[in-house]
Design a binder for this molecule. Structure first.
Ligand code: ZN
Length: 304
């Protein structure tokens, strides 16, 4: 009996391996590292490929370590698209190794240096959160579209047509962001969040931003940072600070309490979706939905 079970398992195993091997799939499988990136790639390729996010919704990409199952998925995919700019901070070596054997697109690679924000001269001090400037995200996707066509020239017409449609929606989103932030800026408000994810947002839409933690969630906020931020909030008469869905609100709670002690009560609003989408089929389950939902949350808490 044991032998039959073992044999059945072996056959089932062989069958499933065969089914999921890159050669025998009905459609190519593209693995994109983050949920935000997977959403964009799905829009661009439409039903030409099966697009799978490596990291599930709600996961912090700065801290994400690939599991054995993930390595299987990455090596088994027909193409892997990753964000780059050290967003997937713990996966850098994996991408270096994968480059020898796998089709790999680094989606941010072609962005001109002068469009990138940095906190220092080191390579890893580059700010990876480019998706909060809708036009910059569009620019990175534009070069990703070209790389996808290089990889599958037969997809060109379909991919260009999908991209043109999607791009119009991105341009509408950018207009919406300008409209919302314009109202807040004229009333002197600034955006205070759990980590420094909004620098590109600040640059693009001319709103001042502050984060309690650094660019990556790997760094812990210090007491000095807390004191400086409290003073900033009081000086600027800020009404609310924003939690983030991938980060514990513990440090932000300390900020709220510190403001209360100085007789400046503030609201802990949010959470904002910063480094991941919300679950599929929810309001913030797509990139466009996420940006809109963030803008609405920010506006409601800070509106004059
Ligand atoms: Zn981040």
């Amino acid at each position: 009996m044991k032998r039959i079970v073992a044999l059945t398992l072996l056959i089932a195993g062989l069958f499933s391996c065969k089914n999921s091997s890159p050669e025998t799939r009905e459609k190519p499988m593209i693995v994109a590292t983050t949920s935000i990136l997977a959403d964009a790639i799905s829009e661009i390729v439409g039903d030409l490929a099966d697009v799978q996010p490596l990291m599930p919704a709600g996961v912090d990409p700065h801290l994400y370590k690939a599991s054995v199952r993930d390595l299987d998925l990455l090596t088994n995919a027909n193409l892997v698209v990753y964000h780059g700019l050290f967003l997937e901070g713990k996966m850098t070596e994996i991408f270096e190794k994968l480059a020898y054997s796998q089709n790999l697109i680094n989606m941010s690679e072609e962005l001109p240096e002068n469009k990138l924000l940095r906190s220092g001269p080191e390579a890893h001090s580059v700010d990876p959160h480019i998706w909060f400037d809708v036009q910059l995200w569009e620019m990175a996707l534009e070069s990703t579209v070209e790389k996808l066509i290089e990889w599958k020239p037969e997809w060109e017409n379909q991919v260009r047509s999908n991209w043109n449609n999607y791009r119009k929606k991105l341009q509408e989103l950018n207009n919406y962001a300008q409209e919302i932030t314009g109202k807040l800026v004229s009333s002197g408000q600034a955006l205070v969040t759990a980590h420094d994810a909004f620098a590109y947002f600040g640059e693009a839409y001319h709103i001042e931003v502050r984060g309690l933690q650094g660019l990556s969630t790997l760094s812990e906020p210090g007491l000095r940072d807390l004191g400086t931020l409290v003073q900033f909030i009081i000086d600027r008469n800020i009404k609310a600070v924003f939690a983030e869905q991938t980060i514990s609100p513990r440090a932000l709670n300390a900020l709220v309490q510190a403001c209360e002690k100085r007789n400046h009560p503030i609201q802990l609003a949010g959470p904002l979706f910063t480094d991941s989408l919300d679950a599929p089929n929810t309001e913030a389950g797509t990139y466009i939905g996420m940006v809109r939902s963030n803008l609405n949350t920010i506006y409601q808490a800070l509106q004059p």
